[in-house]
Design a protein around this ligand. Structure first.
Ligand SMILES: [Zn+2]
Length: 376
C-alpha cells in the first residue's frame, strides 16, 4: 500500500506538513522530470521501429504508474549510431512541444486570439493522429477510454483534460499558466496508482469523460458558467487521486493513519480532496487568482469530491427526489447548479454499467479484481 508521508502531507494540505513533504518526497521538478522522461521514453521507443526491448519493458512494468509499459532511457544510449540518438532527441523535443502546439491550434480553430505572446503557432502533425480523431467523439457514451489511454501512451487523463479545457476556453478565461496546468495535471495523473485494477488514472479519465457528457446536456450547458465547468472537470479528474485500492471499512479496521486523520468519516474522499488542494498549491495553478476566489474554488472542489462518498447516497437521492417532485430546481441559482454538479459527478463515478457491454465488462472485471485483492 503506497501511502507514505508525502501523501499524508498532501492530504493535510497544510503548511506545517510542507517540511515532511519536501524532506521525504522528491522535489516537484524532479518528479516532473522523471515522469516526462518516462513518457518520452515510451513515446520514443514505443514506435514501430522494431527496436523495442520487450524484456526490459517487462522488468520495468511494475514501477510504471501509467497503464503503458515503461521503456528505460538506457536503451537509447546503447544505440550504435550517434545520429539515431540525436534524431531521437529532436523527436523528444518535438513531442514536448506538441502539447502546447495542440492547445494553440485548438484556440485558433475556435477563433480565439492567443493570449500568450510568442506562443507556438505550428500545427503538430504528430498529434493529429488516432488519439485526436477519438477526441472528436469525446462527448459520446461509447467512447473507449481504454483505447484512448493506449493511444496516448498512458496519458489519457492529462490529454483529455487539456482537450476539454480548450473546448471550453477555460485556459483563456481563467488566464491559466500552461506550464502550471500541465504540471498539476501530471501530478494528479501520477498520483493515481497504476497497480490498482480499478481505481487508477484510467478510471479518473473515464469519469471525466462521462462528466463531460453530462455537462454538454443542453438544458445544463446553457446555464453553466465557466467556473461550474472548471470545477466539474477538476473534481472528476481528481476525485479518486491517490486511492489505495481498498475501501473505508478496510482502512478503519486496519487502523490506517488516514482513518485516524479524518476520524473515520469520508476517509478516502477527504484524502482525495486534500491531496488535490495540496497539488493545486504545489503547482501554483490558481496562485494568480485573488485568495478568496481560490479558497472558494478549493472548498467547492471539496464539496463535489466529498459527494462521491457512497455512504451519503441516500442523502443526495432524497434531496434530488424532493427537487424533482417539487419541480423547484432553478439552474440560475449557483447552489442548485452546484447540487446538479454533485449529482452528475456521482453518476459519472458509477456509470460503468451504462457503457456498451465491451467497456462495461472490462470495468466489472477490474473492480472485482480490486475487491478480491482487498480480501486476500
Ligand atoms: Zn471513482
Amino acid at each position: 500500500m503506497r501511502l507514505a508521508a508525502g501523501s499524508l502531507a498532501r492530504s493535510c494540505g497544510a503548511r506545517d506538513m510542507k517540511t515532511v513533504s519536501t524532506r521525504l518526497m522528491p522535489s516537484p521538478s524532479v518528479v516532473i522530470h522523471e515522469r516526462r522522461t518516462r513518457w518520452l521514453n515510451v513515446l520514443f521507443n514505443g514506435r514501430a521501429d522494431g527496436r523495442l526491448n520487450t524484456g526490459h519493458a517487462g522488468v520495468l512494468l511494475a514501477e510504471r504508474r501509467g497503464s503503458y509499459p515503461l521503456i528505460d532511457l538506457r536503451i537509447l544510449k546503447t544505440s550504435a549510431q550517434q545520429g539515431e540518438v540525436e534524431s531521437g532527441t529532436r523527436r523528444k523535443i518535438k513531442r514536448l512541444l506538441s502539447f502546447q502546439r495542440y492547445c494553440h491550434a485548438s484556440r485558433l480553430l475556435r477563433g480565439l486570439v492567443p493570449h500568450t505572446p510568442g506562443s507556438l503557432h505550428l500545427l503538430d502533425d504528430d498529434y493529429l493522429g488516432q488519439a485526436a480523431h477519438m477526441l472528436s467523439k469525446v462527448g459520446t457514451w461509447n467512447f473507449d477510454i481504454f483505447l484512448f489511454d493506449r493511444l496516448t501512451n498512458g496519458n489519457s487523463l492529462v490529454t483529455l483534460m487539456c482537450h476539454l479545457f480548450n473546448v471550453y476556453g477555460l485556459i483563456h478565461h481563467f488566464q491559466l499558466d500552461m506550464v502550471k496546468l500541465h504540471r498539476f495535471l501530471g501530478m494528479v495523473q501520477q498520483d493515481y496508482h497504476s497497480q490498482n485494477p480499478y481505481h487508477n488514472a484510467v478510471h479518473a479519465a473515464d469519469v471525466t469523460q462521462a462528466m463531460y457528457c453530462y455537462l454538454k446536456e443542453p438544458k445544463l450547458a446553457e446555464q453553466l458558467t465557466p467556473l461550474d465547468v472548471f470545477l466539474g472537470l477538476m473534481a472528476a479528474a481528481a476525485h479518486d487521486v491517490d486511492h489505495p485500492g481498498v475501501n473505508q471499512p478496510f482502512l478503519i479496521k486496519t487502523r490506517h493513519h488516514l482513518a485516524s486523520l479524518y476520524q473515520n468519516t469520508s476517509v478516502l474522499e477527504s484524502h482525495h480532496w486534500r491531496s488535490t488542494v495540496g497539488m493545486l498549491r504545489e503547482s501554483g495553478l490558481l496562485s494568480h487568482l485573488p485568495a478568496d476566489m481560490s479558497q472558494d474554488m478549493e472548498q467547492q472542489l471539496g464539496s463535489l469530491i466529498l459527494a462521491t462518498d457512497i455512504s451519503r447516497q441516500n442523502e443526495f437521492l432524497l434531496t434530488f427526489r424532493d427537487h424533482l417532485d417539487n419541480q423547484d430546481l432553478d439552474l440560475q441559482l449557483a447552489s442548485h447548479r452546484h447540487f446538479i454538479l454533485q449529482i452528475a459527478l456521482k453518476c459519472a463515478d458509477v456509470c460503468n454499467p451504462c457503457r456498451v457491454w465491451e467497456l462495461s465488462r472490462q470495468w466489472s472485471e477490474r473492480v472485482c479484481e480490486e475487491f478480491y485483492r482487498q480480501g486476500k
